[in-house]
Write a protein that binds this ligand. Structure first.
Ligand SMILES: [Fe+2]
Ligand SMILES: [Fe+2]
Length: 275
């Protein structure tokens, strides 16, 4: 049994401060094995914002697994953006941009999808996918494999109102095709600031493969896109997965479990269970 909290798009620099302590309290009550943060820790990648993000991560008091987002590299300083884009991220958060975590039940594979040549959209390189494939090959096949990538692999219809973000990560087809061969079970993403659960069969037709695509909303920022701030909790118990969707009211600061969805891992991938 493993319990993961999936946070995304914290955006220190644009947070609603009233939401920080309630989120830390919620994490403390849930007692996760691991807290995943799928990018956009800051708004403008400044030293001050990264120091705030670092303090928040220290206050979590549970192990964390983090990948960067497009807001975690400098927007205005073109020199830094081109030649040392992750300088502050590496200094305050982690040197490892494509982290890997393995225990006896799960494996997490971090994919850095930030593209310094594009302010918003992300991309995945062939080299990254090759390296990830090599890592996964050496793993126990019985592990539940979870890829973590800031940019999404599918998009909810609601983001049509925000055309600049209504895009999947570049080379997503190539990435999913390869990761399907390695039987990656779950993909955790952010970027859209919208909660969404779907699976790979809608956009990618790969015979005999169905991975779950899970989007977390923004956890504490004031950059909501038409829905409350939120985060997800994944309870993984062998072939059983329950995803709890915690949301905070627009004006209040607390977080409540609004909805639980259950899935069973079968030979053909994840099947949603009726309540
Ligand atoms: Fe974001
Ligand atoms: Fe983003």
């Amino acid at each position: 049994m493993r319990k993961l909290i999936h946070l995304s798009d914290l955006h220190f620099g644009r947070i609603d401060k009233r939401r920080v302590q309630p989120l830390l309290d919620a994490i403390k009550n849930i007692k996760p094995d691991l807290v995943v943060i799928s990018g956009d820790l800051t708004q403008r990648a400044t030293k001050e914002e990264f120091m705030e993000a670092k303090k928040f991560i220290e206050d979590i008091k549970f192990p964390t697994f983090i990948v960067p987002g497009n807001h975690d590299i400098s927007l205005y300083n073109i020199f830094t953006r081109m030649f040392a884009p992750f300088r502050n991220y590496k200094k305050y958060i982690s040197n490892d941009l494509d982290p890997l975590y393995v225990d006896k039940e799960i494996a997490l594979i971090g994919i850095n999808s930030v593209n310094r040549f594009n302010l918003t959209s992300g991309r995945i390189s062939k080299k990254q996918i090759k390296e990830i494939g090599a890592h996964i090959k050496g793993l126990n096949p019985a592990l539940i494999k979870i890829a973590v990538c800031h940019h999404p692999f599918d998009i909810p219809p609601v983001t049509k109102e925000h055309p600049h973000i209504h895009k999947v990560v570049a080379r997503s087809k190539m990435a999913i095709k390869n990761l399907a061969q390695h039987k990656v079970d779950i993909f955790l993403s952010g970027h859209l600031h919208v909660h969404y659960i779907t699976d790979t069969t809608i956009r990618y037709k790969i015979k005999g493969y169905k991975g779950l695509l899970i989007q977390a909303g923004t956890a504490i920022s004031n950059r909501e896109r038409g829905e409350p701030v939120s985060f997800n909790v994944l309870n993984i118990d062998g072939n059983n997965l329950t995803i709890d969707h915690y949301a905070g009211n627009f004006t209040d600061s607390y977080f409540t479990n609004m909805q639980s969805e259950k899935f069973l891992h079968t030979g053909e991938g994840w099947v949603k269970q009726q309540k």
